[in-house]
Design a protein around this ligand. Structure first.
Ligand code: HEM
Length: 220
């Protein structure tokens, strides 16, 4: 049985509160003076991790909705996407403030000089574009182009893993990168196999059409 759209919409406040949990945790730790010996580094890393988690949750909504046969779950996707953007903004602000002291020339130089920052910034700019065009008005205005633009989320996923990989390369520790990378590969792989399965019958129909036309032309 399909879940009614209204019941899924009723789950939105719950998802909203859940999405604010990492932020609440940082305030809690800050209030109890427990943000580790280096709070700036802790918050910078934690916000990066939560950006990645929110991104993977957003990307998992379509496969979960298809597996469970519950199309109404799509109603939660926009909120998850906006939480990804929210944590990415905090993460970028942490870098701008603690790493670069909000100094524009230093920030531009860092983006140009360090490939892992370049890749992170590219992912952030794409996320900003998707957040700005996530409204009903944009969906109406952009029509078919909206879907094409929002496919950029797959590319953001790849950039995010590359950013994480590069960050960890300096420490020679890839254990968590492999886990997040495998989850992303599974989520993208699911889409590729669905696309291949839907493309195959269309190709078979087209080939059959060609064959019967050729047959008719030859008078057979
Ligand atoms: C979609 C966008 C992004 C994602 C998913 C992301 C994710 C991450 C992750 C998972 C980490 C490693 C956390 C850890 O070590 O546990 C990280 C580290 C870092 N990211 Fe990003 N990031 C993004 C964008 C950016 C942007 C725009 C910047 C700045 C321009 C940035 C700057 C950094 C820095 C400086 C670190 C190292 C933090 C430290 O070691 O103290 N990231 N990021």
């Amino acid at each position: 049985m399909n879940w009614p759209a209204r019941s899924v919409s009723r789950a939105k406040p719950f998802v909203f509160v859940l999405g604010l949990m990492p932020l609440a945790r940082w305030f809690w730790l800050g209030y109890h003076d427990a943000l580790t010996a280096n709070p700036a580094e802790f918050l910078s890393r934690s916000s990066g991790t939560w950006t990645l988690v929110c991104l993977l949750v957003t990307l998992s909504i379509t496969p979960v909705r298809q597996l469970l046969g519950q199309p109404a779950l799509v109603r939660l996707r926009r909120m998850c996407g906006l939480f990804t953007f929210f944590y990415a903004t905090l993460h970028a602000l942490a870098w701008a403030w603690w790493d670069r002291g909000f100094e524009p020339t230093g920030m531009v130089a860092d983006v140009l000089k360090r490939p892992f920052i370049t890749v992170g910034m590219a992912a952030f700019i794409l996320l900003l574009l998707l957040a700005l065009t996530s409204t009903q008005g944009s969906i109406r205005r952009l029509g078919k182009r909206w879907q094409t633009l929002h496919r950029a989320v797959y590319f953001i996923g790849i950039l995010a893993i590359l950013h994480y990989f590069w960050h960890k390369a300096g420490k020679n520790d890839f254990s968590t990168v492999i886990i997040y990378g495998a989850v992303l590969a599974a989520l993208l792989g699911w889409r590729v196999q669905r696309w291949l399965r839907s493309a195959r019958p269309a190709a078979v129909v087209a080939a059959r059409g060609q064959a019967s036309k050729a047959h008719a032309r030859s008078g057979g």
